[in-house]
Design a binder for this molecule. Structure first.
Ligand code: UDX
Length: 428
């Protein structure tokens, strides 16, 4: 089957390559010339483990091509996946401008029956809007169906997630379109949930909101456990082994970030408000998440004598989580903003992310340089390489050996035995 992927970001590129793996012929369309040029040369324009090898394999084998030419791409393909961004708008709801533009172009250039699939996370009712927008763009009436087929992959493990999904959700009012999309996923060994587009769109928001809720739950509980000297990691293990709860997304830390959870939870809150059925539980999820950075910084302040003015603090990790170069809504960056507001001299390191230096913030290539002369060290992102640093050397280089582990990733006893003052989030 000939598939067109519109939008070659994380979701679009990964989805396209996974379809190549399943034996389909794929075209990736994007208006950004730089992205297209890079992809045509077999180079990823973002960091995602394992994806670059797959890209160069399928570009070389000509299973995938990339183009800027919308008209030709729409005409030549029968199944069109919309994978463009749906950023957060001013009121918290999702901004559908890109989706709308794509739908108009599809309508304009459509010459025969096509299935248009929304993969981007979109509010309930978007499939109906896409149908309307396509019709608006059409110069003559051509039949088409709109299907919702949300993507659940995570950055950092995009390929594994997309190749081995827990489930596939297909929301369609057309039996023909549903059967064709089901057929496209024939090689996948997981349950397929078939429903209507509205429910499918809700499933994606509900899944992300539920996971964000698990994180906020454990983070708020961690604050309580911190005061009670209870190890939150043991609590997570203890409750996570209950199969009704499950072990995942119970890691206490500096709060959730990224391009999805913050945006999607807010969007669902907005949908609920507009429907006159507010979701107070999700409003608390957001509040707890915002408070988590404040809780963390208060701990740093207390430990450093109540005032951070002109202190030197080294922060390891800038991305919102390990194995990605994405810094959108990164808890580490939120923390750095607050440190800068307290007039801290911030020294940062990240294995892949580069940020602009400022009057009070400097980035270093090596961890050793970053920690030199620091009054405290903060782990902001759970990059694996921070687990096995030369802590003896780091202690020698720091002004004072104080370590705040925002990801609860270090062995407290081991670090303390080396003479560090260690604090993790209820990591007792
Ligand atoms: C998420 C969803 O998991 C994915 O299904 C959806 O398609 C997109 O949004 P992603 O944002 O890539 O994926 O990352 P994820 O691994 O879910 O982590 C999100 C945030 O939660 C990160 O900041 C992470 O550090 C944090 N997190 C995750 C925790 O703080 N604790 C946990 O136990 C798990």
């Amino acid at each position: 089957m000939r598939i067109l992927i519109v939008g070659t970001g994380y979701v679009g590129t990964t989805t396209g390559l996974v379809f190549c793996e399943m034996g389909h012929q794929v075209t990736g369309l994007d208006l950004d010339e730089n992205k297209i040029k890079a992809l045509q040369a077999g180079k990823l324009h973002f960091y995602e483990p394992g994806l670059d090898e797959l890209l160069s394999k399928h570009v070389t084998a000509q299973h995938i091509e990339f183009t800027k030419k919308t008209k030709k791409a729409v005409k030549e393909n029968d199944i069109i996946f919309i994978c463009v961004g749906t950023p957060q708008g001013a009121d918290g709801s999702a901004d559908l401008t890109y989706v709308k533009n794509v739908a108009h172009s599809i309508g304009k250039y459509m010459n025969k029956y096509k299935i248009i699939v929304t993969k981007s996370t979109v509010p309930v009712g978007t499939a109906e809007l896409v149908t309307k927008w396509i019709k608006e763009g059409q110069e003559e009436q051509v039949p088409f169906d709109v299907v919702s087929n949300p993507e659940f992959l995570r950055e950092g493990s995009a390929l594994q997630d997309a190749l081995n999904p827990d489930r596939i959700v297909i929301g369609s009012t057309s039996e023909t379109a549903r059967a064709i999309i089901r057929e496209m996923y024939r090689g996948f060994h997981c349950p397929i949930v078939e429903t209507n587009p509205n429910a499918s769109e809700m499933i994606k928001y509900a899944a992300n909101s539920f996971l964000a809720m698990k994180i906020s739950f454990i983070n708020e509980l961690a604050r309580l456990c911190d005061g009670l000297s209870i190890n939150i990691n043991d609590v997570s293990t203890g409750i996570g082994l209950d199969t009704r709860i499950g072990p995942q997304f119970l890691r206490a830390g500096m709060g959730y970030g990224g391009s999805c959870f913050p945006k999607d939870v807010n969007a669902l809150i907005q949908i609920a408000k507009e429907s006159g059925q507010p979701l107070s539980i999700l409003e608390s999820v957001v509040q707890v998440n915002e408070e988590q950075t404040i809780f963390f910084i208060e701990k740093i302040k207390q430990t450093l004598g109540g005032n951070l003015l002109n202190k030197k603090i080294a922060v390891l990790g800038l991305s919102f989580k390990a194995n990605t170069d994405d810094t959108r809504e990164s808890p580490s960056l939120h923390l750095i903003d607050r440190l800068l507001a307290e007039q801290v001299q911030v020294r940062v390191h990240d294995p892949v992310v580069k940020i602009a230096a400022g009057p009070s913030i400097v980035q270093f290539q090596k961890v050793e340089e970053t920690v030199a002369g620091a009054d405290a060290l903060v782990i902001g992102t759970d990059w694996d390489e921070y687990k096995n640093l030369d802590w003896v050397r780091i202690k020698q280089l720091m002004n004072q050996p104080i370590l705040f582990d925002g990801r609860n990733m270090l062995d407290k006893r081991k670090i303390e035995n080396l003479g560090f003052h260690y604090w993790g989030i209820a990591n007792h």
